[in-house]
Design a protein around this ligand. Structure first.
Ligand SMILES: Cc1ncc(COP(=O)(O)O)c(C=O)c1O
Length: 437
């Protein structure tokens, strides 16, 4: 038997189905679920979709928004860039304010563009400036592969040894990184590190790092610091400007519900953004709009003096449309209310999982709600078989090698009852019911 951790308040969560149903009835964000078209099974019954950590569900207004842009294309052709009720030319500009509210930034510090890894490359071109002994990039041992590939490729193309990739790991036997260990590493070896690049919410364990403390420790050591916010944007409350994070990038297809391969985003703190002299890869869309169309004069590149100065190509309107629609929901809900529900919903999942007999499901995500987003990662023997078995019972989670199920109850569209149902089915499968031994 596992011993469950102490509850925040005795009786805070209930065990029975009626308790879950009552929470949904009283949920101030219950209306928001109706704003999503949720995946359905072959029988037409909605699935319990706990996979927003991978691809967020579709906001209903997204369909209409894409349709609107298709209509504008058909009706106006190229003139849609400047005509109609919502012209295309300032489309990415219009997304900056709602994005800034989600990221805790000034609108001028954020810009939707490209894919996440592409943005990471563009940011490293600027912010990875190895000089003498300070030539390392600090990443984590369990970094998402694309981040590790990108970092290694910058070492290679800038003439640094591949050993210049410095790797932070959890202590033996632990799953999460400790902030104090990162601080110690930065204090000890910071003079060798040019750039720190870490995941805000770790994709495998669901750990939310202490971003302000890490930023401060990196700055004390004279390093620049950036974060991969793929699993943090729209999931955790962020204050990128106030924390003085140097740069960040995220994708929009997870918690931002922007659709498959949705346009990503990047953050450049205004103290860097206004520095036009920073080296970067240039393209016409990053150029000052006042001279963007002066094509005959062959004038020199003059970057916009904020995050928009890192843009290269004309923004993909059809890829931005679902994100634009989704961000209207984020504005209606607001990150504080979203996070309040998220902490309770994930806490409830943890409470139920801890009561699965014989410790057969081990939560590897940090136990403190301040140290995680909505995802819990469960280490379970036979996870690879359980995930399809859960799917056969109408529950969508995902499997990560070798023995982890990731389950993310997303506060915008998941319910307490869905969490209850998930754990009930999981327990049945673990105890030999259903199709899974
Ligand atoms: C943590 C993390 N970083 C990077 C990526 C890669 O993003 P993209 O394919 O948009 O470059 C992902 C994709 O899921 C991710 O989860």
């Amino acid at each position: 038997m596992t011993v469950p951790p102490p509850l925040p308040v005795p009786g805070f969560y209930g065990l029975d189905e009626a308790w879950a149903i009552e929470q949904d009835r009283a949920d101030p964000l219950a209306w928001c679920r109706e704003e999503f078209e949720l995946p359905v099974g072959a029988d037409g019954v909605p699935l319990v979709y706990l996979c927003g950590n991978s691809l967020g569900a579709m906001p209903k207004p997204a369909r209409a928004q894409v349709d609107r842009e298709m209509g504008a294309w058909a009706r106006l052709g190229v003139e849609a860039y400047f005509e109609g009720s919502a012209p295309w030319y300032p489309y990415s500009q219009r997304l900056r304010e709602p994005l800034a509210r989600v990221l805790g930034a000034d609108p001028a510090e954020v810009i939707p563009m490209n894919g996440l890894t592409v943005n990471l490359h563009l940011l490293l071109v600027t912010f990875y400036r190895p000089t003498g002994k300070r030539n390392r990039i600090l990443i984590e041992g369990a970094a998402f592969p694309s981040d590790a590939y990108a970092a290694a490729s910058h070492l290679q193309t800038r003439g640094a040894e591949k050993e210049a990739l410095l790797v932070a790991r959890p202590r033996p036997g632990e799953s999460a990184l400790r902030t104090e260990d990162l601080e110690a590493l930065l204090a000890e070896r910071g003079q060798e590190i040019a750039v720190v690049w870490l995941g805000g919410v770790q994709y495998y364990t669901g750990q939310l790092l202490d971003l302000p403390r890490i930023t401060q420790a990196a700055h004390r050591a004279g390093c620049l610091v950036g974060f991969d916010l793929a699993h943090a944007a729209g999931n955790a409350e962020l204050r990128l400007h106030e924390w003085e994070v140097d740069f960040a990038a995220w994708c929009s297809y997870k918690y931002l519900n922007g659709g498959p391969g949705a346009i990503a985003g990047c953050f450049v703190h205004e103290r860097h953004g206004r520095n036009r002299a920073l080296p970067r890869y240039a393209g016409w869309w990053g150029n000052d709009p006042a001279t963007r169309f002066e094509m005959q004069s062959q004038s020199a590149f003059v970057p916009v003096a904020d995050a928009a100065g890192w843009q290269i190509s004309s923004p993909p309107v059809l890829a931005m449309a679902p994100l634009a629609a989704s961000l209207t929901l984020f504005d209606r809900v607001g990150m504080p209310a979203l996070r309040r529900k998220s902490v309770r919903l994930t806490g409830y999942l943890e409470f139920l999982v801890d009561r699965i007999p014989e410790g057969r499901a081990q939560v590897i995500t940090p136990r403190d709600s301040a140290g995680r987003g909505c995802q819990l990662s469960l280490r379970i023997a036979g996870a690879d078989v359980l995930v399809p078995a859960l799917r056969a019972r109408g529950i969508v989670t995902d499997y990560r090698d070798p023995d982890v199920i990731r389950a993310a109850p997303v506060p915008l569209y998941n319910t307490f009852h869905e969490v209850w149902r998930f754990v009930q089915v999981l327990e049945e499968l673990l105890s030999g019911g259903g199709s899974c031994p």
